[in-house]
Design a protein around this ligand. Sequence first.
Ligand code: MN
Length: 227
Amino acid sequence: MTYVFPPPPRVALPVIGNDALFPVRRVYCVGRNYADHAVEMGADSREPPFFFSKPPDALVAGGGDVPYPPLTGNLQHEVELVVALAAGGAQIPVARALDCVFGYAVGLDLTRRDVQQRAKDKGHPWDMAKGFDHSAPIGAIVPLTASGHPAQGAIQLRVNGQLRQNGDLGQMSWKVAEVIANLSTHVRLEAGDLIFTGTPAGVSTVARGDLLEAVVAGVGELTVRLI
Ligand code: MN
């Protein structure tokens, strides 16, 4: 096979304790999956899960310096547990959903909140609010053998050392198995898919120069500097 120009490089993430990389296929995200964040966004916490996606090349492996995006005056952080899949399927039962998991990572769902609010007001899509370049910093994937399935424990984000988000994985409205099962009713999932599972309350506006430190208990840490 030849191409009319060189194809873009395969997006892949490092795996803790493994020299081989995790090849990324798709990046899905769950909206409003912690009751307290749903309330701060003005929603009913009992709504069924809904999904959006980011392009795989919006991932920033390992964090580090992340450029402040254009066309926003209100960039916000959302610290999230990310599920990495080693298998997929359609109509996956909840009882078998965790069998698809390869491991977990710490992710940031960076959001142009002002762009998102205008999109909500007009019924427009969220892509430019959520799927912009460098919008998904993510740490190395921790394989299941090391992480287990984290269902409880701190999920936190600090900005310049100040605690802004301080949640617990146990507050997730839709648990990881339910998220996988529900998403697989919409689309066929495959090995290489990532799912950002939502954020607890405390999202706030950040600026150029800010240091963002995310941590998920049992999974790891992720540090980003906005430049
Ligand atoms: Mn999010």
